[in-house]
Design a protein around this ligand. Structure first.
Ligand SMILES: Nc1ncnc2c1ncn2[C@@H]1O[C@H](COP(=O)(O)OP(=O)(O)OP(=O)(O)O)[C@@H](O)[C@H]1O
Length: 310
């Protein structure tokens, strides 16, 4: 279990992580999701004792990271900025790490296999592609057979096969009962990998929810209805959670809070003709963008139309 209690980080006047409270449970993949600059890496660095929180605290397995005597066996980490000796081979890099914790050579060989690096184990790391470097970082994270994993943007640089590999790996690690926290700025990827989501924007907690609850909420789009009897249908559909917008002078209704099936059945039961019944579901990516819109640090602005005043 990983827990954050009012975790806060300030750099000068800027608060980059603010009062984050969340729990990452064993047996699940939890996605730490947010746009670029939201504070995901800073949060992970604080969980791993690499940045000192300005306020608040965090625990892994019930204790602060710094108090673990053999951290590699408690928590495996993959951070964005890695320092790997470029002249070392993948095998020697992992062996050097293994020596610090008394981990046997057989485990090094095992994680090289898990990461799909057997054929390049003897190659110097400086010749590695970004994707191979990511795989090596993941092999290092798994080296101590840890109960918890913290991975910062692990799919960065991976090809489609690599993305699928990491997705299956994370799910199988969680199925073994491990605690898995993985960051991403891609909602679509997290929707396929994670069970639970902790969404942050500008360092603040925006959502702490299951992926299925997020998906259901995202699916709560509107339904367009065209009928010559708008008033009658509107009266029949009226309800406490139902919002209906009519366009004056037209046959169009926009209905929120119920689905097309209910609208169609209600209309049929009262012999109300429908010309159109179109559900609009928000995509997960759109729901994520809507949630984080206010908190995007680096927005790409559309170019000014030509002739606009300077
Ligand atoms: N050492 C530092 N000094 C000052 N500001 C920092 C430092 N580290 C991070 N920041 C700022 O903190 C904010 C959060 O950065 P962080 O890297 O945690 O975000 P992120 O969500 O991981 O972003 P990305 O998806 O781009 O990796 C950013 O505005 C960043 O510029």
């Amino acid at each position: 279990m990983i827990r954050a209690y009012a975790l806060t980080k300030r750099y000068g006047d800027a608060t980059v992580v603010q009062d984050l409270d969340f729990t990452v449970r064993p047996g699940t993949v939890t996605g730490l999701l947010g746009p670029n600059g939201a504070g995901k890496s800073t949060t992970m660095r604080m969980l791993l004792g690499l940045d000192t929180p300005t306020r608040g605290r965090s625990t892994i397995g019930g204790r602060a990271y710094a108090t673990h005597s053999a951290p590699l066996t408690e928590v495996g980490a993959l951070l964005e900025a890695r320092s790997i000796h470029p002249g070392r081979t993948a095998f020697h890099h992992l062996m050097a790490l293994a020596h610090t914790h008394g981990i046997p050579r057989s485990r090094v060989e095992h994680v090289l296999g898990l990461a799909g690096l057997n054929s390049v184990a003897g190659k110097r790391v400086k010749g590695f592609s970004l994707g191979m470097g990511q795989r090596l970082g993941i092999a290092a994270a798994l080296l101590g057979d840890p109960a918890a994993l913290i991975l910062d943007e692990p799919v960065n640089g991976l090809d489609p096969e690599g993305v699928l590999w990491i997705r299956n790996l994370l799910r199988s690690l969680a199925a073994e009962g491990r605690t898995v926290l993985v960051s991403s700025h891609l909602m679509s990827e997290m929707a396929l990998t994670a069970d639970h989501l902790v969404v942050i924007g500008r360092g603040c907690l925006l959502a702490d929810t299951t992926v299925s609850a997020f998906t259901t909420a995202a699916g709560g789009g509107s339904v367009t209805v065209l009928t010559p009897r708008t008033t009658a249908l509107r009266d029949l559909l009226r309800g406490p959670d139902i919002e209906i917008t009519a366009t004056p002078g037209s046959d169009r209704l926009e209905v929120r809070g119920t689905d097309a099936e209910h609208i169609g059945r209600t209309a049929a039961a009262h012999a109300i003709p429908l010309y159109e019944l179109t559900p609009h579901t928000a995509s997960l990516e759109q729901a994520f963008m809507d949630l984080t819109q206010e908190s995007v640090d680096y927005r790409i602005n559309a170019p000014e139309p030509t002739g606009a005043p300077a």
